[in-house]
Design a protein around this ligand. Sequence first.
Ligand SMILES: O=C(O)CCC(=O)C(=O)O
Length: 270
Amino acid sequence: MSTTQRERFEEDGYLVLKDFWKHGELIELETQLAELGQRIVGPQFNPRNFGQYELEPATQSLLYDRLKYLPALSRMSGSPAVHDLCRELGLAHPSLMGCCNMRLDKPADSRHLFAWHQDSLYLLGSENAVTLWIPFQDVNLASGTIQVIPGSHKRGLYPFKRISDKVIAPYVPFLQRDLSLDAEVTETPETIAAERGDIVIFKQMLLHRSTPNLGQQIRWTTQLRITDLADAEYRRQRFPTGDRTNIFYVDYLGHNAQQRREQESENAAA
Ligand SMILES: O=C(O)CCC(=O)C(=O)O
């Protein structure tokens, strides 16, 4: 990786790297996806041809729930390519967060789309933690993709609000349906365009969102989440991740302690 790419990553908070998978990692994952789909949906399932089969809601959620357990996803997460990339981008001790997953975004189905957010709000992790967003096919505004606000990672955690009545307690994970951004995004977004085989890597503090799938095929993507155990502040906070605790008990630059006190007094008043 060039110095310019590293500098751009620090400046913009994301990079698209071309032709990343050199050892068949993507093909292996797609082959396992096809096997899984054929078992759950039926023999006509084909990840590249949505015209060939029906995906009823109950079958879709059965499939969706199993995607993150594909063995090739673990292999990809633990691959030397991913580890070396993270090291090059400044994570001195890259470690997986327990939330690597795959998405299935059907044409004209907006239910799973994410509005503007920072992954750190939900996933926690070190301030320099990264998400690798890996498309199985070309992505653009037609197929659906993500948009980002370059440089937004430098502003720390944005204000957020609780949108569910989930109780604030130490061991309760807070998800997209529980918390949302509490700020207007007025900056011009950058639309990510990438091809099959590329990866998009972005800082978990970067503001980003989904765009709808306007095409005919399912948009398949994988998300790998990686934190840095060498970060002294992260260690001081006892290495929190979003599957075990929540933002109200992690202190990114002091913002959240105040927000927790406010929410706790609201809870007490209710
Ligand atoms: O793939 C998408 O539409 C959005 C994914 C995303 O925002 C995330 O995984 O953090």
